[in-house]
Design a protein around this ligand. Sequence first.
Ligand code: FO1
Length: 306
Amino acid sequence: MKIVVLSGGVGGARFVQGVVEVADPADVTVVGNVGDDLEVLGMCVSPDLDSILYALAGLNDERRGWGRAGETWNALESAAALHGETWFRLGDLDLGLHLVRTQALRSGEPLSAVTAGFVRALGLETGLLPATDDRLRTWITTPEGEFTFQDWFVARGHRDDVDALRFEGAETASAAPGVLEAIDAADLLLLAPSNPYVSLAPILAVQAIRDALEHRHVPCVAVSPLIGGRAVKGPADRMLSRLAGGTSPAHVASCYTGLIDSLVVDEADADALDGLDVRAIVTRTLMTGADARRRLAETALGVVPA
Ligand code: FO1
């Protein structure tokens, strides 16, 4: 069964790990968000693609959710001593990847080709594609002004309420090579339990990807990132309250109108299915460890008979 997963970083990467553990990894293609990408100390950083890459390769820091296990921070400390910028923490192991990517991008290689090179180098069978090779950046409008995604998320600790989002470059962005072909060939489409506004909306803002999902001939299943109406981590619940008017499964599904057939929701939300206009699949969604993430992936895959 061929599967395409649209995913953001941390929570999405954990889910993707579960999917490749219960399906043939070679049959899975992950399309990652690039709206969070930024330049730090001259390095081109793609946090969500990297979280997925590290998770697939088993190099990820499970507890932190981003970056590499066993990381050290010597380069960052050296930069700090020289009054360099350190608000966005790049570890020593992580830096190697950013160096290679930055050189390749500056020499004109597209992000999809650079990412495919990393997948090959790490011996992975799963496809990992950026949503687009074009420049697409998420901007967050708050009562304090408009900020780039990482300024708002990391530097300001996502404390400001969000009034609106803007995906710079999305109007003219094309899907990266392979994305539409993978969607077209898929037997199942999955939306990872990522933040609908800042992780999945930038992918869906690429019109050709949205169109491909709208015109799908196979089931599309989203996994809600909320448990009992609360985010496990991060600002998804606050954003849903403010931008969608609530945190029920119906509010989550309203972010994906016309794009999904089923929503996987936690048992804690089983009593709050009023107004949900897609099929609900109720299970335990907290990915506490390898078993839990595999069970969640199996439930999502269960929509298509084996
Ligand atoms: N998140 C933080 O909260 N603080 C950081 O300093 C930070 C550094 C970082 C470096 C590389 C990387 O791949 C991810 C990093 N993240 C950091 C995570 C990232 O900002 C977000 O989790 C994602 O962009 C949201 O999906």
